[in-house]
Design a protein around this ligand. Structure first.
Ligand code: GLY
Length: 476
């Protein structure tokens, strides 16, 4: 947890922002509750809601809070433990003292939330809340507000409609959480170091004959022993052409490419997210190296043009241009690069976006609405394969933390579909692509902070990325 002044300042900024938007009424926050894995006393590892953590810091289940926009009063709602809890959990500080530890002077039992919300609604005061990320909170908010659970979960707001989460609150929260504070950047660097350690342990374990799951266990052990765990389900696969392959049931075979996309989550719940692609036998074949070098050049190129003032949409498009130049040199595509950029030909090889926001969530705040988080009001999301999957398109400003993760994948079903439908005809060398059907995929990802004069990568020890360096690291 940060010093309480951090939470006091953030809530003050939020209140000011809501008032500047002309809003009245109350802001209702609900933290997460424990989620049973099988029965109520055997729960998944508790993970607090990220917006709750941002404004209230208290990392425990069954908390709520109300901020009164008109009076500025703040109240935290939670239950003090009883003797039955103390027997199983040991003595606990009071809710009041926990509320004070984050600068809130008033507390009340969790059940009192209902009366506060219904009283506000009964006299026509607006109740502002964020779209919930968890199903329990969806039901809780529906019950507190009297809205349907479908309405409570809405993240794509229709102009003029008000019977759902508060667009003004969502926009205020996004504006704040998008720009990382110094104390957050320290956390992101620290968890970057942990994520890099995970990847180093994994790389050292890769050799033919080893089970993928064994490597996953070793790398996840690193973050479990020093942090909260993984920031998302680890992707480790010799079938990297399946973008999010969570199966780890194969034996490492020689001559393959192993995509490892994994990150750590710190005890303070900040995320890291790195991807490296390794030759399973320690050395790239020439064919693998040729494609790897294009992805590596794209990763470097994207970073080199990332700076305040450019949009990440432009960075994505220019990086895809670079990718097409590399693919053209391999005679996998032919023709005018400009035309191919316009036609979205890169989407056949890289059907995902260049990157996403990162912070307390690995895809930061996407529970609040992917387009609201990743797009400026004057930007419209493309429907093209690849560009349409870009989750962060905004004009960059210092404090944005984003991923830089180009990839090239040879997805037989997608290539077959384009060929059958005539998509990319005249540009894509479908004949040559036939010999790439068993190639797999390559993705290379770093985490990047936008600085006042450019950008820097987070985490202190950039993982080897240039092909010679990767081979040298694997030979150790
Ligand atoms: N690195 C996993 C993801 O971005 O979804």
């Amino acid at each position: 947890m940060f010093d309480k002044t951090v939470y006091i300042r953030r809530r003050r900024t939020l209140l000011d922002s809501m008032r500047e938007k002309g809003q009245r009424g109350i802001i209702l926050f609900v933290g997460n509750v424990d989620a049973p894995a099988q029965y109520k006393d055997n729960c998944y590892n508790f993970r607090q809601d990220s917006s709750w953590l941002y404004y209230f810091g208290l990392d425990e289940p069954r908390y709520g809070a109300v901020i009164d926009i008109d009076s500025g009063e703040e109240v935290v709602f939670a239950d003090d433990v009883e003797i039955g809890d103390i027997i199983w959990m040991g003595p606990q500080p009071s809710v009041q003292s926990k509320a004070e530890s984050v600068g809130v002077s008033k507390s009340a039992p969790y059940g009192a939330l209902e009366g506060v919300v219904s009283k506000a609604l009964s006299i026509g005061r607006p109740v502002h809340f964020l779209p919930p990320s968890r199903y329990y909170n969806t039901m809780k908010l529906a019950s507190l507000t009297g809205l349907s659970h479908e309405a409570v979960g809405v993240v794509d707001f229709t102009a003029g409609k008000t019977e759902h989460a508060s667009r003004e609150l969502v926009e205020s929260v996004i504006a704040m959480r998008l720009i990382k504070e110094e104390c957050e950047i320290e956390e992101l660097d620290a968890v970057g170091a942990l994520g890099q350690e995970m990847h180093t342990v994994a790389r050292n374990a890769v050799k033919p004959g080893v089970l993928e799951q064994h490597i996953v266990g070793l790398m996840e052990g690193v973050t479990l022993s020093k942090g909260w765990g993984v920031s998302f389900a680890t992707i480790l696969s010799q079938h990297g052409e399946t973008l999010h392959n969570h199966l780890h049931d194969k034996i490492i075979e020689p001559g393959k490419l192993l995509v490892i996309d994994a990150g750590a989550e710190s005890n303070s719940h900040y995320a890291s997210d790195f991807t490296r692609t390794l030759p399973t036998g320690g050395k790239f074949t020439q064919k693998q190296r040729d494609v790897y070098q294009i992805v590596c050049d794209c990763n470097e190129f994207a970073f080199s043009i990332t700076r305040p003032g450019i949009t990440y949409r432009e960075v994505h498009i220019e990086t895809m241009r670079k990718m097409l130049e590399g693919l053209k040199a391999l005679d996998l595509v032919r023709g005018s690069i400009d035309d191919m950029v316009t036609e979205g030909i890169a989407g056949l090889f890289c059907p995902h976006g260049l990157g996403h926001n990162m912070g307390l969530d690995v895809h930061d705040m996407e529970d609040l609405g992917e387009n609201l988080v990743g797009y400026d009001p004057d930007q419209k999301r493309s429907s093209q394969l690849g560009l349409g999957s870009l989750r962060m398109a905004r004009k960059l400003v210092p404090g944005h933390v984003i991923t830089d993760e180009p990839g090239i994948y040879f997805i037989p079903a997608l290539i077959d579909k384009w060929k059958a439908e005539g998509t990319g005809k005249g540009f894509v060398n479908f004949d040559k692509l036939k010999s790439y059907y068993d190639f797999g995929g390559i993705r290379l990802e770093d985490d990047v902070l936008v600085t006042p004069d450019g950008a820097r990568r987070t985490g202190p020890n950039r993982l080897p990325i240039f092909p010679d360096d990767v081979e040298a690291a694997m030979a150790k």
